[in-house]
Write a protein that binds this ligand. Structure first.
Ligand SMILES: *Cc1c(COP(=O)(O)O)cnc(C)c1O
Ligand code: SF4
Length: 437
């Protein structure tokens, strides 16, 4: 990222508030926040800013979570050891041995919510979450970090990826409620230590200095595995940056750990929904459901609860072999998501990441599935099928490219229709290369 200088050392008030520039009220507040809380590199938590709730809000049935418990592998809400799995389903000695072998390399931490959904380890949820010996298969086409996230960090050791001019990806957590076996970041999830708030704030400071950034995707790991005070602080600082117009949080908790969407969290989110509306910004949450069996009552309620405080929700799925790689399953998933106010945004081609080869479909399979999906459900329920190009060359929508036949003479345009037949389009294909930079 040539256009911005690298940050070194601790954030200073001047760099945050923009030096001697005219500083709007919220920028000043942001500077003050940082000054107070980051001065001596302390971990920051603004406990006092969140009114600790009075128990008079009994309207919600949602369970309160034990925050400390979430980060701990000892917590009974999560299973990390093979023998504990036997409480949920039968496992042969051979499989147990294999799981033990796999989790040395790729840890297993699964929420009891997810384990309760698994009837059979070869079913759609079992395959997604139970370690398989296939993860250790030698695989020459895969990479540890296929998206080159490590190579696109503008500040060394700060988990911020600046790949698109106007948007950044800010990792705030290395912890998830359930370790998806097909995860693109399986190199890191639940393996490396907690990201310090001080480190996250260096990323925030970079965003503050880089005026081209108007969209921040807060991801991980799972941001909702953080302490609610930390979530509050991160949102507060991001929203206070003038040029940031959209803030998105990527979380899988609604599907894997719906308990996380509790009243404390909703209260914080609701506060920022109000603030973003006042400032003509938007706070969105990207969830992750891969199979209709994940649309449990608890998960639906979690999504409705987020919707009810005014959050716009979208979903990202991964196309997974033997799990959701057929039009009927995806139709049920996507329509089910629309019914709970979640917009299906993307369906990802499974990235060529080490340990995930057994999940990958062929791209042509994905294209065929998308064609059939278009006939089954309403347009607003249809996601875009994308490939995130290895090396960090961004996401490309696959079906769009497929529909134009570029091999035809350039004065005639053909589209491949849903049945695979070429159809002539009366307007010539215009070469717009000269319009581009
Ligand atoms: C996917 C991604 C984004 C956001 O992309 P959208 O298509 O707008 O959802 C931003 N930064 C990085 C590095 C990404 O991989
Ligand atoms: S929730 Fe997301 S980041 Fe966490 S393991 Fe699953 S895919 Fe990876």
């Amino acid at each position: 990222m040539g256009e911005t200088e690298q940050m070194t050392g601790i954030v200073t008030t001047a760099s945050i508030a923009g030096g001697t520039e005219k500083t709007p009220q919220n920028q000043q507040n942001f500077g003050k926040l940082i000054e107070n809380d980051l001065k001596d590199g302390r971990n920051l938590l603004l406990k006092s800013k969140i009114p600790k709730e009075s128990n008079d809000d009994k309207t919600s049935e949602r369970v309160s979570r034990d925050i400390k418990c979430q980060q701990s592998s000892q917590c009974t809400n999560f299973v990390t050891k093979t023998p504990q799995l036997e409480k949920y389903f039968k496992l042969s000695d051979q499989i147990k041995k294999e799981i033990d072998q796999v989790i040395v390399k790729y840890p297993m931490k699964q929420s009891t919510h997810i384990l309760n959904l698994i009837k059979n380890i070869d079913g759609p949820i079992g395959k997604q979450f139970i370690p398989s010996i296939k993860e250790l298969t030698e695989d020459s086409e895969s990479m540890l970090d296929s998206l080159n996230e490590e190579g696109q960090k503008p500040i060394p050791d700060v988990p911020l990826v600046h790949r698109y001019e106007n948007k950044v990806l800010l990792f705030v957590s290395n912890v998830c409620a359930a370790n998806c076996r097909a995860c693109t970041r399986k190199r890191a999830i639940d393996k490396i230590e907690k990201i310090k708030m001080e480190t996250i704030m260096k990323g925030v400071s970079y965003i503050n200095k880089t005026k081209s950034i108007n969209d921040v995707v807060v991801s991980g790991g799972d941001p909702f595995m953080l302490d609610v005070d930390e979530i509050d602080f991160i949102l507060k600082t991001l929203i206070s940056i003038n040029h940031v117009e959209t803030i998105r949080i990527g979380t899988r908790t609604p599907s894997t750990y719906p308990e996380a969407i509790n009243d404390d969290l909703l209260k914080v989110l609701s506060k920022y929904v109000k603030k973003t509306r006042e400032e003509s910004k938007v706070l969105m949450i990207g969830v992750h459901f891969d199979h209709p069996a994940e649309l449990t009552q608890e998960s639906k309620e979690a999504c409705f609860a987020l919707f009810d405080v005014g959050i716009q929700l979208y979903n990202q799925s991964i196309l997974l072999k033997g799990i959701n790689d057929n039009p009927k399953t995806l139709a049920k998933l996507c329509l089910g998501l629309r019914k709970i106010n979640v917009q299906p945004q993307y369906i990802y081609q499974c990235d060529p990441v080490e340990g995930t080869k057994h999940f990958r479909t062929k791209i042509t399979d994905g294209i065929n599935i998308m064609r059939k999906l278009r006939k089954l459900i309403p347009g607003p329920a249809i996601p875009i099928y994308v490939v995130d190009l290895p090396g960090g060359f961004k996401k490309v929508p696959v079906d769009l490219g497929y529909y134009i036949n570029t091999h035809e003479p350039s004065n005639v345009t053909y589209f491949r229709d849903n049945e695979g037949i070429m159809r002539r389009y009366p307007i010539p294909f215009v070469n717009d290369d000269k319009d581009k930079k």
